[in-house]
Design a protein around this ligand. Structure first.
Ligand SMILES: [Zn+2]
Length: 131
């Protein structure tokens, strides 16, 4: 699953839905893979304002990836004067679109439940007593 996806996921338990601690989910024993994708500057640019940047920073740190800028990059940092994508934009593309968790676990910071990720797919089904 793409790291971008993690920015839109929270614990599936009802009791966790409204708690801040359930977001973002924390990767554990995560194995990363790089999946090459064509650069779509407009997509990255449009996605940025919708991201929870603090959650992205936490994720990058927890995965041992290079630190992200303190603030969400603004449009001027994404393209140079002739409209070419900047390194910042390319780095974001690599992080959000091309870096994926191949296997491991996603842990809820509130209830501690661990969701398994296998072959790039997270299983969010809960045992019936936890729903
Ligand atoms: Zn939870």
């Amino acid at each position: 699953m793409k790291l971008l996806t993690l920015n839109f996921l929270t614990c599936a338990r009802k009791t966790c839905k409204s708690t801040a601690a359930a977001f973002p989910l924390h990767p554990k024993e995560a194995e990363l893979e790089q999946v090459e994708m064509e650069l779509n500057p407009l997509f990255v640019k449009n996605m940025l304002p919708r991201l929870d940047w603090e959650a992205m920073k936490t994720l990058a740190t927890e995965l041992g990836l290079p630190n992200l800028p303190a603030e969400t990059p603004v449009a001027e940092e994404l393209a140079n004067e002739s409209g070419e994508p900047t390194q910042t934009l390319r780095d974001l593309h690599t992080l959000l679109m091309e870096t994926a968790i191949a296997s491991g676990k996603l842990v809820c910071g509130n209830c501690g439940h661990e969701y398994a990720v296998k072959e790039g797919i997270a299983n969010f089904l809960l045992p019936s007593h936890m729903v």
